[in-house]
Design a protein. Structure first.
Length: 137
């Protein structure tokens, strides 16, 4: 839906020499905000797991990537989570309007908060899943 805007954002985030690797957070927020009934369950679960690890546990994007790799080793069927009608008040359209640099980095963070909050009904399930898979409290 907003693929061109997301591609522009990816160009920015992939070219940062930032050890936090905020690109991963943008990928996770976009994946779950744009998900629909045709989206594979793994995409929604991994996106929400990434947002949980980032926002609730303070993981960097690199740490989230490593967690995703550990999760794939589990080779399991991923739950189909309910997609809320409202997926957050901040969208990719809002994010790309920010000036590159600190303002855009902050916009990505706020976007993640907005999307994660919209999935409040799935937050407990994601936390429990990560506890069982990765032993993360």
């Amino acid at each position: 839906m907003h693929q061109e805007l997301f591609d522009q954002l990816c160009f920015y985030t992939m070219n940062l020499s930032d050890p936090r690797f905020i690109h991963q957070h943008a990928v996770d927020a976009y994946a779950v905000q744009e998900a629909d009934e045709n989206t594979k369950p793994i995409a929604v679960v991994f996106g929400l797991a990434g947002l949980y690890l980032y926002l609730e546990k303070g993981f960097t994007g690199r740490q989230v990537q490593r967690a995703h790799m550990q999760m794939t080793k589990q080779r399991r069927t991923w739950p189909r989570l309910a997609l809320p009608v409202e997926r957050g008040t901040i969208t990719i359209v809002d994010v790309v309007q920010a000036e590159p640099g600190e303002a855009l980095d902050r916009a990505i963070h706020e976007w993640c908060i907005s999307v994660w909050g919209a999935y409040h009904a799935s937050q407990g399930e994601i936390a429990a899943l990560l506890k069982s898979l990765l032993d993360i409290d």
